[in-house]
Write a protein that binds this ligand. Structure first.
Ligand SMILES: Nc1ncnc2c1ncn2[C@@H]1O[C@H](COP(=O)(O)OP(=O)(O)OP(=O)(O)O)[C@@H](O)[C@H]1O
Ligand SMILES: [Mg+2]
Length: 279
């Protein structure tokens, strides 16, 4: 479905993403990990075409989207909605209007200027907010909501586009553990229930392990690991993060697992931690 072949981004002398290749068959929930500057954001931005690739190919459902322009590029950007760490909502605008912004790509300039939204879109926006558990906040200004609620508004806005792929760049990096969990669970549900592919940059390894079926590790612009959470050994994690022997997964953690309402900590994480503790 999504095929990325030797995708490369250079900024002057600096190669931010270095011949990254990956394939997504069917749908998937993927977590991308790696230390700061590894190229995670640049990779997502290239996929979404916010940033042009220096080299390589992005193919979706057999179609090359690497060099699309104009309306075709905007259509692709609708198909792969992007979510950001800082939510990127219009703070003073009400929640529903923020969500309806997700339909802008397919509306005429006229209806956009006069803020005319079809009834059906308004109903759909409320339905999506309801699904994410925040319909009560629909009339409030976005800035009046908590970070976790705002991120769910951003997810709702993305869902308005009915995207096939959701690209999330550190969606929980500014959230406290409880809100982080709610947002990751929402993304997981969207993947499972709607069959959408979700690709998330995550700065904590345990979040990737917990919510994703597949983890991609980047280091210095290159994909150095691509496999299941089980295949991602502590040694491999050390390699991805370029860390020394004192590396611990908990150090990259938002420690969602310490929450009372959290999932039971996955057995493999526990096993890894125990192995580390006794090493
Ligand atoms: N617009 C830009 N102009 C020049 N260099 C850039 C630009 N964007 C990113 N870079 C460089 O590309 C490399 C990869 O950056 P990127 O933001 O993709 O990393 P990241 O893995 O997302 O890091 P972080 O975890 O800090 O978000 C870095 O060396 C960065 O300085
Ligand atoms: Mg980044």
């Amino acid at each position: 479905m999504l095929r990325i072949e030797k995708l490369t981004k250079k900024f002057g002398q600096n190669t931010a993403v270095d011949a990254a290749s990956l394939n997504v068959e069917g749908t998937a929930m993927i977590g991308i990990i790696g230390r700061s500057g590894a190229g995670k954001s640049t990779l997502l931005r290239m996929i979404n075409r916010l940033s042009d690739a220096s080299d390589g190919v992005i193919e979706f459902e057999g179609r090359d989207v690497t060099h699309l322009t104009g309306a075709a590029k905007r259509a692709w950007q609708s198909d792969c909605a992007m979510i950001f760490q800082q939510f990127n909502l219009v703070p003073r605008m009400d929640v529903v209007s923020n969500v309806l912004h997700g339909t802008l790509n397919r509306r005429s300039a006229f209806t956009t200027i006069f803020n005319l939204y079809p009834q059906s879109d308004i109903h759909r926006a409320i339905e999506i907010l309801d699904r994410l558990g925040i319909a009560d906040h629909a009339p409030k200004r976005a800035e009046a909501l908590s970070g976790g609620q705002q991120q769910r508004v951003a997810i709702a806005r993305a869902l308005m586009q009915d995207p096939k792929i959701i690209l999330a760049d550190e969606p929980i990096a500014s959230l406290d553990p409880m809100n982080a969990q709610t947002v990751m669970e929402a993304l997981r549900r969207i993947h499972e229930e709607d069959g959408r592919t979700v690709i998330c940059n995550l700065h904590t390894l345990d979040t990737a392990r917990r919510y994703c079926d597949r983890v991609i590790g980047m280091r210095d612009g290159r994909i150095v690991f691509d496999g299941s959470p089980e295949q991602l050994t502590t040694n491999m994690a050390r390699e991805i993060y370029g860390a020394g022997a004192d590396f611990s997964e908990a150090a990259t953690s938002t420690e969602i697992g310490t929450l009372e309402h959290g999932h039971a900590e996955d057995a493999h994480i526990r096993a890894l931690r125990e192995a580390e503790a006794t090493a």
